[in-house]
Design a protein around this ligand. Structure first.
Ligand code: NAD
Length: 549
């Protein structure tokens, strides 16, 4: 269960206790605890409340000049006192989340070896073949329920960052706890270091990973297989979330394991669900419904195809045939419009190849397809140009524009450009956060189609029900639950997602929706409670100090 970790069999005292982040309370240890736990003299005499400690952490955080330094600063708090860290993150989520996750985590990964102070999570390298289970046994917590794993090949839109990609599993699991209430000791970040093709890293003396080319082919597959088997042996209750794998591996591995291991790929399925939730909400502003839309994607990778597949599923649920639904989803990749006559298409693009003349640039494709919405998942900045956005505004009264590439520097357009170049008519969402935009007398608050709305709730639902598998139906239920949380007030300012400050409540609803599917489909291993939502809420971790005496 997420809220109730097992009591550790060994309880440290003295300096050992102060250096244990999952137990440390710092200056908040009470007089009685200081006596009983050999802390006298090791702490300054004044006993602080948690509120006072939060004040100190946020004061330091706000005085820190750059986002990257803030990232290092706040992760320092996580390394010292986890309970305090989660109190800070939960109470200041809108301010802190862009620092612990996108966009700042991207910069942190790019400079990981240079800002590295102490390890976090498990690094499992190609040198660990034939002993991965032993490496997993070295993790200090036995009761692991969620593993986020990357091989660092496609970190956000930043490419191959090898072992420096560890910032992503660490950041995502912090959000599992902060947003989804999964207990921190139930979370395990893992980086599989199978080498890197990044020349800069290979020649950087401060790079933290193996200085070798990536494992490929059978060697790579055997390594992943050993890892999956080892997790099942050592942490049999763990959900495995694949994160930021290159797309040639991501689709294959998902297909290979999804029906026999409790696993999902957030870049494919989590993205699909969060975007579809936004697309359920968009017609509440533009009019019509999801089935009336035609979407043109820029980018046909994990995110694009994941979203396409979820849209097709949602349109089928609303009565369209598979073919009709697919005919409403079009893709442009780096070689142009995805059409039947092309000979160079990877398998995951073929179901979306339409019988249509080619178009070799995005503007041409917009003019040919005349979509109601464009969805940017290419990792290529400034590709929703003025001409593209003006064309969308000419074709549609209220064009849907989702510029989802992360981090901010890779976004297909900015929020300001989207509103300005469509005369304020765009219904806009982005992958990384943008500030509100004022245009004339109107204020627009762009929604962030952040996967953090979905994966913590999905994980929570899987953990509390003890689900054996993660299914597409669970992601559809998650998307619907998220869209249901968008208020009239959100829609009034053009925001297609609930405020981030409501995210724990949103995650509880998603968790309940996902767990309900687990019980309905006989995938759960925990008995069904009478009130699923109340049960899910009661299982969520709260960062409060417990008394140790
Ligand atoms: P990917 O590498 O699997 O796919 C990228 C796709 O973009 C490929 O199909 C590639 O052919 C295409 N592409 C590259 N250059 C192009 C160009 N000039 N014109 C047209 N297409 C081009 O990556 P992915 O996992 O699909 O992620 C893509 C982007 O989406 C990343 O920036 C990522 O951060 C972002 N993303 C955002 C969210 C979110 O906001 N919720 C979630 C997942 C991914």
């Amino acid at each position: 269960m997420s809220g109730k970790p097992k009591v550790p069999s060994y309880f440290p005292t003295g300096v050992g206790l102060l250096h244990d982040p999952s137990l440390n309370k710092g200056t908040a240890f009470t007089e009685e605890e200081r006596d009983a736990l050999k802390l006298r003299g090791l702490l300054p005499p004044h006993v602080h409340t948690m509120e006072e400690q939060v004040m100190r952490v946020m004061g330091n955080f706000r005085r820190t000049p750059t986002p990257l330094e803030q990232h290092v600063n706040i992760l320092g708090c996580q390394a010292r006192n986890e309970t305090l860290f989660y109190r800070v993150v939960i109470d200041h989520l809108e301010e802190v989340m862009p620092i612990i996750y996108t966009p700042t985590v991207g910069e942190a990964c790019q400079k990981y070896g240079h800002i590295f102070m102490r390890p976090r999570g498990l690094f499992i390298s190609a040198k660990d073949r034939k002993r991965i289970a032993n490496v997993l046994r070295g993790w200090p917590h036995r009761d692991v329920h969620v593993i986020v794993v990357t091989d660092g090949e496609r970190i956000l839109g930043l490419g191959d960052l090898g072992a420096d990609g560890m910032g992503i599993p660490v950041g995502k699991l912090a959000l599992y706890t902060a947003c989804g209430g999964v207990h921190p000791t139930h979370c395990l970040p893992v980086t599989l270091d199978v080498g890197t093709e990044n020349e800069e890293l290979l020649s950087d003396p401060l790079y933290i990973g193996l200085k070798q080319r990536r494992l490929r082919g059978a060697e790579y597959d055997e390594f992943i297989d050993e890892f999956i088997g080892a997790v099942q042996e050592v942490f049999p209750d763990a959900l495995i979330q694949f994160e930021d794998f290159g797309n040639q591996n991501a689709f294959r591995l998902l297909q290979k394991y999804r029906d026999r291991v409790c696993t999902f790929n957030d870049d494919i399925q989590g993205t699909g669900a969060v975007v579809v939730a936004g697309l359920f909400a968009a017609p509440l502003i533009t009019g019509g419904s999801l089935v009336d839309q035609t979407f043109l994607f820029l980018g046909a990778g994990e995110a694009g195809i994941g979203i396409g597949d979820m849209i097709v599923g949602a349109m089928r649920d609303e009565g369209l045939s598979e073919d009709e639904a697919r005919s409403r989803c079009w893709f442009v990749d780096s070689h142009g419009l995805v059409v039947k006559s092309r000979q160079d298409l990877a398998a995951h693009k073929i179901p979306y190849a339409h019988d249509h003349p080619p178009a070799d640039n995005f503007l041409g494709a917009v003019e040919a397809v005349r979509p109601t919405g464009i969805i940017g998942v290419s990792g290529q900045p400034a590709t929703f140009t003025r001409a593209v956005l003006e064309a969308m505004a000419r074709i549609n009264e209220r064009p849907i524009v989702f510029a989802l590439s992360n981090p901010t520097s890779k976004s297909e357009c900015t929020a300001e450009q989207a509103y300005q170049w469509t005369e304020g008519r765009a219904v806009f969402a982005s992958g990384s956060p943008f500030d509100p935009v004022i245009l004339g007398a109107q204020k627009f608050v762009p929604g962030q189609g952040n996967n953090a709305y979905i994966f913590p709730g999905v994980g929570l639902g899987v953990v509390v029900s003890g689900a054996r598998l993660v299914t597409d139906e669970m992601f559809s239920a998650a998307a619907k639950a998220l869209a249901d949380q968008v208020s009239a007030e959100d829609l009034k300012v053009g925001r297609l997602y609930p405020r981030l400050s409501h995210i724990r409540d949103v995650s509880a609803h998603i968790g309940a929706a996902v767990a309900t599917i687990a019980w309905k489909r006989d995938l759960a291993t925990v008995p069904r409670p009478a009130d699923v939502l109340e049960y899910v809420k009661s299982e969520m971790y709260q960062p409060d100090y417990k008394s140790y005496v």
